[in-house]
Write a protein that binds this ligand. Structure first.
Ligand SMILES: [Zn+2]
Ligand SMILES: [Zn+2]
Length: 321
């Protein structure tokens, strides 16, 4: 089958990638649409030392079940959890499955991803997509779940002040999630077009050049993935406030963390979130995906799609197998 494969430091579309062989507890999804995320780009730069089919955000239709567990899913339109877990380790037993000690993650660690015609995933990872949610909306379920995870972890009050650093894909979704919970987030960004999209949604924006942080914000979400963003987050957060780190950020230069100690700031890492809640949020329109898709490429142009996703002006770039 056709797939976008990263191997030996090279990214290429191949026509002869082996068909996925579902285990007894797995199904095969015929992928209809997939989304490129920053993590995919990081993987091509060496993150997780992953080799194989890239991609972890997709929507598709279950075409085949490996055994009885997946039978009821055949023919249904689905999205899937990216973490494939053992169900037996201490973290799984504690209900923290996304932290499974033996987990693999679709297109990131230990198993092929979804930038392919087909992908095998555990049936337990599936969520049915509601009828009213189109494919190009459902494909946002995974990144939206990641944004919703902030609410689950922090439980902010609508009275809290909030700043989102970064106007990209995740910053856009995060700001909308916070706004949907009654907060009035301010997004700090660089792109006039991206900030304008947020303004159209009634969300406050600030050009990074004009940002004058004064240590007054309850909740700061770092979604820029840059050291500069984290530095600014530390300047924005008020004493006893919280900084949520949403992007895997490799700090390669010295960063002064003493204000974090002096101001007793909580820094919270945040990763995957609730897919079922994301689907409900997309179905009821509480978060809009209008204007978030920058381009859609056929899978045969997967390399071009990745290039497009790396351009600073891009929001979401989709791949259609
Ligand atoms: Zn992602
Ligand atoms: Zn486990």
């Amino acid at each position: 089958m056709k797939a976008l494969v990263f191997r030996g430091g090279r990214l290429a579309v191949v026509d002869d990638h082996p068909e996925p062989q579902p285990a007894a507890d797995e199904v095969v999804i015929d992928v209809t649409l997939a989304g490129i995320c920053r993590t995919d780009i990081e993987v091509t730069r060496g993150y997780m030392n992953f080799e194989g089919v890239l991609g972890h955000e997709c929507v598709g239709v279950v075409g085949q079940a490996g055994g009885a567990a997946g039978k009821k899913w055949v023919g249904r339109r689905v999205v899937c959890e990216i973490n494939c877990v053992c169900g037996k380790c201490d973290m799984c037993m504690a209900g923290l499955k996304t932290h499974c000690r033996r987990r693999t993650a679709i297109g990131i660690e230990g198993r092929d991803g979804c930038f392919a015609q087909r992908i095998a995933v555990p049936a337990a990872n599936l969520h049915a997509v509601p009828n009213g949610v189109a494919d190009d909306v459902a494909v946002f379920a995974e990144p939206l779940a990641a944004a919703l995870q902030i609410i689950q972890q922090v439980r902010p009050s609508p009275r809290d002040t909030a700043v989102v650093i970064g106007d990209g894909r995740l910053g856009q979704l995060t700001a909308q999630v916070l706004a949907s919970r009654g907060l009035r987030p301010m997004v700090v960004g660089k792109s006039r077009d991206k900030l304008r999209r947020l303004e159209r949604l009634g969300i406050g924006v600030l050009d990074v050049a004009e940002a004058r942080p004064r240590g007054e914000t309850h909740l700061v979400v770092e979604a820029s993935g840059s050291v500069e963003g984290l530095r600014m987050a530390i300047e924005f957060v008020r004493p006893r406030g919280t900084i949520v780190l949403k992007s895997t950020l490799a700090v390669g230069e010295p960063l002064n963390l003493s204000p974090v100690v002096v101001n007793e700031v909580t820094i919270l890492g945040s990763r995957c979130g609730p897919l079922n809640e994301a689907l409900v949020t997309l179905a009821n329109g509480a978060v809009s995906t209008d204007g978030l898709v920058s381009a859609v490429y056929p899978l045969s142009d997967g390399v071009k799609a990745m290039d497009a996703a790396m351009r600073p002006e891009s929001l979401k770039v989709l791949i259609r197998p």
